[in-house]
Design a protein around this ligand. Structure first.
Ligand SMILES: NC(=O)c1ccc[n+]([C@@H]2O[C@H](COP(=O)([O-])OP(=O)(O)OC[C@H]3O[C@@H](n4cnc5c(N)ncnc54)[C@H](OP(=O)(O)O)[C@@H]3O)[C@@H](O)[C@H]2O)c1
Length: 279
């Protein structure tokens, strides 16, 4: 890190989310000035309200760009492109984008970051292990039954701690500019395998049930889940899980010089925090 970069604030978008809060913790641990970019931050940032963008970019040298809800949603690339333009105009000289594998819209967003004119790093990541402990798959785990429209297509779940560690390296160190790091875990697991690992770690029975897309979306609609969320989940569980991502990549090893964390270790550590204990 140059002296100039040491002085400048790093903006972490989604800084209270699964990867962002881990990036914030690590940067603060290194004594780097950090600004959290989210709707609930002291200086609120909202992707849907462009008047909130310029204030959080003031005196910022680098940005961790974690979009919400998902880079796969229509219009996401245009929003990322507009944000990158403003960031560069505001003096930002390094952009680190959290992206997804096998998603057309996400890859379009990557291209806009790559052509922004400043140093860039892309973290093209597989499904996060923490979706089971900190997001929408936690409730089904607690309920003892995970029902999803996926069969035996395997996914190399990646640990959000690994993503955060690579992000911090890309934000603060040399050697990552112009790099596309494809970040996955060390092995492929089906969703049934993943739920089995969680059941073992939590010490109780949790069933995995594979259903059709129609059954799944029908159940979500009955629960009152908004239509755009149903569409996004359907896309993620069908197109993105059609086998296109069923291979591990070496991004964590290349970026950090060590292998990625295994899903079993994630499950053991998450279980120890009590996150899957029934009340
Ligand atoms: N989850 C996965 O398995 C996965 C895999 C690959 C790539 N990705 C990518 O990772 C990114 C983040 O997804 P995630 O699932 O990990 O979510 P997440 O980071 O856990 O999402 C929550 C974060 O977004 C903020 N947020 C929510 N709505 C916002 C808005 N309108 N404007 C600004 N900030 C907002 C939240 O803070 P506030 O509530 O305070 O606003 C919080 O910091 C997505 O772009 C997705 O494509 C996810």
């Amino acid at each position: 890190m140059t002296n100039e970069q040491e002085r400048k604030t790093i903006l972490v978008l989604g800084g209270t989310g699964k990867t962002g809060r881990r990036v914030v913790e690590r940067l603060r641990g290194r004594g780097v000035p950090v600004r959290v970019g989210s709707r609930s931050a002291g200086q609120p940032f909202d992707w849907t309200d462009r008047t909130t963008w310029a204030p959080v970019l003031r005196d910022v040298g680098a940005v961790y760009v974690s979009f919400y809800p998902d880079l796969a949603v229509p219009g996401a690339p245009e929003t990322i492109g507009a944000f990158a333009d403003l960031a560069v105009a505001s003096g930002v000289d390094r952009l680190v984008l959290l992206s997804g594998r096998g998603e057309e819209e996400a890859q379009a967003a990557e291209k806009l970051i790559q052509s922004s004119g400043v140093e860039w790093t892309i973290l093209r990541s597989s499904w996060f292990s923490q979706n089971f402990s900190e997001d929408y798959l936690r409730e089904p785990v607690l309920g003892g039954e995970v029902v999803l429209p996926v069969g035996t297509v395997p996914e190399p779940f990646v640990d959000a701690d690994d993503i955060a560690e690579v992000a911090v390296a890309a934000l603060t160190e040399g050697g990552h500019a112009g790099q596309l790091h494809e970040l996955t875990g060390p092995r492929l697991l089906t969703f049934a395998d993943a739920v089995g690992e969680i059941a073992r770690a939590a010490g109780r029975r949790i069933d995995f049930v594979s259903v059709s897309v129609e059954e799944y979306t029908g159940a979500l609609a009955v629960e009152g889940v908004p239509v755009e969320v149903v569409e996004l989940l359907t896309y993620l569980f069908t197109s993105v899980l059609d086998g296109r991502n069923a291979q591990v990549a070496d991004g964590v090893q290349r970026a950090l010089g060590r292998p990625p964390r295994d899903f079993a270790d994630f499950a053991k550590d998450a279980a120890a925090t009590g996150v899957w204990d029934r009340a």
